[in-house]
Design a protein around this ligand. Sequence first.
Ligand code: NAG
Ligand code: NAG
Ligand code: NAG
Ligand code: NAG
Ligand code: NAG
Ligand code: NAG
Ligand code: NAG
Ligand code: NAG
Ligand code: NAG
Ligand code: NAG
Ligand code: NAG
Ligand code: NAG
Length: 820
Amino acid sequence: MMMVSSKTFSSLQFFTLLYLVTVTFASTEEATALLKWKATFKNHNNSLLASWTPSSDACEDWYGVVCFNGRVNTLNITNSSVSATLYAFPYSSLPFLENLNLSMNNFSGTIPPEIGNLTNLVYLDLNTNQISGTIPPQIGSLAKLQILRIFGNHLNGSIPEEIGYLRSLTKLSLGWNFLSGSIPASLGNLNNLSLLSLYENQLSGSIPEEIGYLRSLTKLSSSRNFLRGSIPVSLGNLNNLSFLFLYENQLSGTIPEEIGNLRSLTMLDLGRNFLSGSIPASLGNLNNLSFLSLYNNHLSGSIPAPLGNLSNLSSLILYNNQLSGSIPASLGNLNNLSRLYLYNNQLSGSFPEEIGYLRSLTSLYLGNNSLNGSIPSFVCNLTSLEVLYMPRNNLKGKVPQCLGNISGLQFLSMSSNSFSGELPSSISNLTSLRILDLGRNNLGGEIPQCFGNISSLQVFDMQNNKLSGTLPTNFSIGSSLISLNLHGNELEGRIPRSLSNCKKLQVLDLGDNHLNDTFPMWLGALTELRVLRLTSNKLHGPIRSSGTKIMFPDLLIIDLSHNAFSKDLPTSLFEHLKGMRTVDKTMEEPSYEGDGYYHDSVAVVTKGLKLEVVKILSLYTVIDLSSNKFEGHIPCVLGDLIAIRVLNLSHNRLQGHIPPSLGSLSVVESLDLSFNQLSGEIPQQLASLTYLEFLNLSHNYLQGCIPQGPQSHTFESNSYEGNDGLRGFPVSKGCGNDPVSETNYTVSALDNQESNSEFLNDFWKAALMGYGSGLCIGISIIYFMISTGNMQWLARIIEELEHKIIMRRGKKRQSQIIEI
Ligand SMILES: *[C@@H]1O[C@H](CO)[C@@H](O)[C@H](O)[C@H]1NC(C)=O
Ligand SMILES: *[C@@H]1O[C@H](CO)[C@@H](O)[C@H](O)[C@H]1NC(C)=O
Ligand SMILES: *[C@@H]1O[C@H](CO)[C@@H](O)[C@H](O)[C@H]1NC(C)=O
Ligand SMILES: *[C@@H]1O[C@H](CO)[C@@H](O)[C@H](O)[C@H]1NC(C)=O
Ligand SMILES: *[C@@H]1O[C@H](CO)[C@@H](O)[C@H](O)[C@H]1NC(C)=O
Ligand SMILES: *[C@@H]1O[C@H](CO)[C@@H](O)[C@H](O)[C@H]1NC(C)=O
Ligand SMILES: *[C@@H]1O[C@H](CO)[C@@H](O)[C@H](O)[C@H]1NC(C)=O
Ligand SMILES: *[C@@H]1O[C@H](CO)[C@@H](O)[C@H](O)[C@H]1NC(C)=O
Ligand SMILES: *[C@@H]1O[C@H](CO)[C@@H](O)[C@H](O)[C@H]1NC(C)=O
Ligand SMILES: *[C@@H]1O[C@H](CO)[C@@H](O)[C@H](O)[C@H]1NC(C)=O
Ligand SMILES: *[C@@H]1O[C@H](CO)[C@@H](O)[C@H](O)[C@H]1NC(C)=O
Ligand SMILES: CC(=O)N[C@H]1CO[C@H](CO)[C@@H](O)[C@@H]1O
């Protein structure tokens, strides 16, 4: 069969060829067995495996097959789009198989016990498939196994103790599954184990002390499980350990001093547990450490000064604890520090000048502590800073002009302090600035004109200061502005027409100022606008539509209260508000943003909140036109805005009847029509509003019987007082429909949990910074939470969504699956 035609054919070449011919063909039995298996694939036309044919040589020609001495030694069909099961694999026909790599395919079904027949296997890799069921104990027969990777599947049940028989194992990766039960102590026998990853399962119980016997371990992760108890002191023996990740469990007790013995450690993450006590000073011995994360625990005491010895540290993440005392000056030695997260603690004192030495610092998060004093100008030496986050401290003095020199600054928040003086105009030189939040201070003076054209700016929040003068008039085309909040200042003049250039604007709050203008109907062309708040200004005149088709299509909150608007209620405006006309059903399918990167603080803290704002907010729609000079009738068309939760038309000069169409506002929670000149009877339809928690119809000229419905009992007589003609419960008897027995309805008080709102406030700003899931999140949620204080209502929805997201955790995206 072999044609040998060359005349210069040496005998050496001849023997070589002969060898190839006789030896390199895989045993026919092996090839046949593999073909049989391939025939069971759901996609047997798989293009990568097209080379697997009866007429070709398995050892020479088949994709992914490597032979040794004519027998199949390696089967490596990683990432080959194979949809199949492991049931028909030729377990008994491949006695020399050492390397089986089926990773990143679509293998489903369970791992059959026959896997134990592959006794020569050295490497077994099934990662990132759809394999379910339990790990068969027969796997313990694979005595030569050095690498076992099954991460990224749907395995459940417990980890078989028999894995402890695999004494040659060097790498064991079982992460990203649904394994439960406790970690078998037998793993402590695996003397050669260098990597142990149990990341993201449902393991419970405590971490066995025996794990501390694994002297070869370099990487240990059992993050994201339900492990309890304390961190075993024995882990202090693992002197080759380089990664120790135990974050997101339920570990309690103190951090063992002995962790300070792990001199090889480069990354230590114990975040999101219930650890208490102080941070052991011994951690200052870990001089290879580059990443130290202890966030979200109950750690107290001060930050140990020896942490300043960690000269390789690039991230120090201690937020959400109860750390107190001052920031140690020694931290100024951390030349390589790029991220310093100390927010949400109880740190006090001023911040030490030495922080100014941290030239590598990109993120400095000090918010929500009790730091005092002024912002020292050495902060401006931190020329690498992108994030400077210091809200909610006791800082005072001026905002330094030199901040304008930190040219890469993207996020500047100093809100809720006591800063005074003027806004430094240098800030407008920061061409990367995305978030500027100096709200809730005592800043005065005018807003420099140049602030109107910081083209990168997305959030401009100066609420509750003492700014005076007029608004900048030069908002320019291409503006990135998403949220402009100048609420609670002393601004006067008109609403600048140039705001119509801010096409991305979602939130505009100019409330509580002295603006003197007519209604800015032209804002209706901003199709993204969700919140428009102009309350408590000197706005006046009738609200008339401009006749355009698109008018506030996404508006969900409009608050024009406490102005001097006059004439009829704006019927044509109501006819347009598309966003208020549908009750959003999308809540049923919240978007799951995944758990991308493991130590992403924000992503972890708030994984349940990664939702599109729009979806949440569309459940909270408000029309507040109270305390103006509106007259005429309440237009029936209001009844079409069926998504309204809060409708307030009180303190106007409205006349005529209450339109029965208001009975269509089926989710309305608060309805206030008091202090008008409404007459006639209360429409029976209002009695069917089952969500209604607050009703005020007082001080009108209403007459007749008060309609009774399921919610009527909750309203007291002051809901109706000042209407001489009204009769019936609760005002009087005599309508023949008094309730038989009084039921206890608990009307939930609007529950203003400041801490909750602050937490969310952090969240959305961080979200804007690109952490987690990107830009369009949270602005409006937070906006409304802070401005309405209605926490309880939102908390309910968020809980519901978190639950749904947890239920959906199984749907993981392959691209996100990581080994450790
Ligand atoms: C395999 O066949 C299916 C259905 O016949 C087809 O949709 C798919 O594109 C084919 N795949 C390849 C790689 O040829
Ligand atoms: C397995 O196959 C992939 C893709 O062909 C290749 O990149 C990889 O090096 C192979 N691994 C082994 C261990 O043979
Ligand atoms: C898997 O294969 C696809 C192409 O089929 C390629 O784009 C991708 O990078 C591969 N993934 C890995 C992890 O090798
Ligand atoms: C993976 O396999 C399952 C079960 O056989 C099948 O329903 C699914 O379509 C396959 N997915 C892909 C991407 O091939
Ligand atoms: C399996 O193949 C993938 C992709 O080439 C590779 O990254 C992995 O290390 C292999 N597994 C083993 C155990 O060799
Ligand atoms: C594993 O999951 C399957 C369904 O996929 C279920 O039937 C079985 O009871 C589970 N086993 C354990 C031990 O949880
Ligand atoms: C453990 O590793 C050592 C050194 O590589 C090796 O000599 C020994 O055989 C291994 N032990 C087992 C049980 O494989
Ligand atoms: C800040 O920079 C100035 C000028 O470069 C320098 O004189 C000063 O010592 C620096 N301060 C700190 C704390 O690094
Ligand atoms: C902005 O920077 C330029 C040059 O760097 C400087 O001349 C100017 O004074 C700065 N503007 C402000 C308002 O600080
Ligand atoms: C609003 O401005 C107009 C003229 O610009 C002035 O006549 C009027 O008094 C102002 N209204 C209030 C309430 O200040
Ligand atoms: C209503 O609730 C109060 C306090 O919770 C309770 O004392 C009272 O008995 C309840 N009344 C009825 C009628 O259930
Ligand atoms: C030859 C051999 O070892 N066969 C075994 C393959 O695996 C099954 C299931 O564990 C055993 O029952 C066989 O004895």
